[in-house]
Design a binder for this molecule. Structure first.
Ligand code: ATP
Ligand code: MG
Length: 327
């Protein structure tokens, strides 16, 4: 300190400083002191922090279910692959959406290789994996996992890969069906071929099942076995609709033969038609793509079995212009 005093005296004496340059600075009032919050130093300012993203609210209305109106869940099943389950499920959803617009949901429970979004040219942001996740326990979050189709129904898309689809437990699928039934008038479930665990729990949680087979003897025999097994397990849903798809006069079998092999009457015959593949490749439901097509008319009769009010409204259902037709 003495050294500093001597240095100060020397600077004043030689005109390099004034004596008051060395006065002590006035004490700072408490209010003038800069505030340093040690606890939150290095932490982001809560006012500047990114706000929590609000769950996206879909822009479509989910019409409330009227009190006393029963909701229905319809599984579309087949013991073998490639019989037409997805075709029928998509067109059922489309037809039922005419009776209950935006109160129909189509669940792609073909967990490994579901193809509903491809057949409808939809690009889903979320899938069934999100719909059964813990976060979707919230009603609003569950709704954000659905993909809307312009014909007035929603889709629960299948998983993005077979590995992800495999992670959906059967009980979670059952719970999803029950939850969707509290929001939608009609829940339609497209399934994996055969009677795996997911299809069995689905059958336990539906009001109706549409059984689909083609006219091949192996498929018909498998259908008979499936019926016997479901009866034995007590899993035959209350309402059963037996559909023979891709009927063909040249199959060598009559419908009577088909009924004898299956051991039960046929409810609906859907003829083979090139319009089915065309509609799928165009990403448009058949019954709206080509209203006059015989397969479309037959599938509409399945819709009528479930919802007798679903008469085609000519003003609403116009045959859509094919891509190669002039405007
Ligand atoms: N009535 C029909 N006439 C002509 N082709 C049809 C008919 N029904 C379905 N198809 C065709 O048969 C193929 C299988 O149909 P779809 O995908 O609906 O069957 P699936 O039972 O869902 O098959 P998967 O078991 O692979 O899921 C498709 O190419 C479809 O276009
Ligand atoms: Mg399918």
């Amino acid at each position: 300190m003495a050294l500093l005093d001597r240095l100060g005296a020397w600077l004043v004496a030689h005109g390099h400083a004034d004596a008051n340059d060395f006065d002590a600075p006035p004490a700072l009032e408490i209010d003038d002191m800069p505030f340093v919050d040690i606890a939150s130093e290095g932490q982001p300012d809560p006012e500047e922090a990114e706000p929590e993203p609000e769950p996206e609210v879909p822009e479509w209305e989910f019409p409330p279910i009227e009190a006393g109106v029963p909701t229905e869940a319809i599984a579309v099943v087949a013991p073998k692959g490639g019989q037409g389950k997805t075709t029928i499920a998509i067109n059922l959803a489309t037809g039922l959406a005419e009776v209950a617009p935006n109160s129909v949901v189509l669940v792609d429970a073909d967990l490994q290789f579901g193809d509903i979004t491809a057949a409808l040219a939809l690009s889903p942001d979320r899938t069934i994996v999100d719909a059964v996740a813990d976060a979707a326990a919230d009603e609003l979050v569950l709704k954000t996992t659905l993909t809307h189709h312009e014909d007035g129904f929603f889709v629960v898309a299948s998983a993005a890969s077979p590995e992800l689809g495999d992670q959906v437990p059967p009980a979670a699928l059952a719970q999803l069906i029950d939850r969707l039934r509290s929001t939608f008038r009609y829940v339609i479930i497209d399934t994996t071929p055969g009677l795996g665990e997911h299809t069995l729990v689905t059958l336990e949680h539906v009001t109706d099942a549409v059984f689909v087979t083609n006219m091949g003897v192996p498929s018909l025999r498998a259908m008979r076995t499936e019926f016997e097994l479901l009866r034995k397990l007590g899993l035959m849903p209350g309402n059963r609709h037996v559909v023979v798809n891709q009927t063909d006069k040249n199959s060598g079998l009559t419908i009577k033969d088909v009924e004898n092999i299956i051991g039960t009457p046929i409810d609906v015959e859907v003829p083979k038609s090139s319009a089915v593949l065309l509609a799928s490749n165009r990403g448009v439901p058949l019954i709206h793509d080509d209203v006059r097509d015989p397969a479309a008319k037959a599938i509409r009769s399945i819709v009528l079995r479930i919802a007798p009010a679903a008469f085609p409204k000519r003003t609403k259902i116009q045959r859509r212009r094919r891509s190669n037709e002039p405007e």
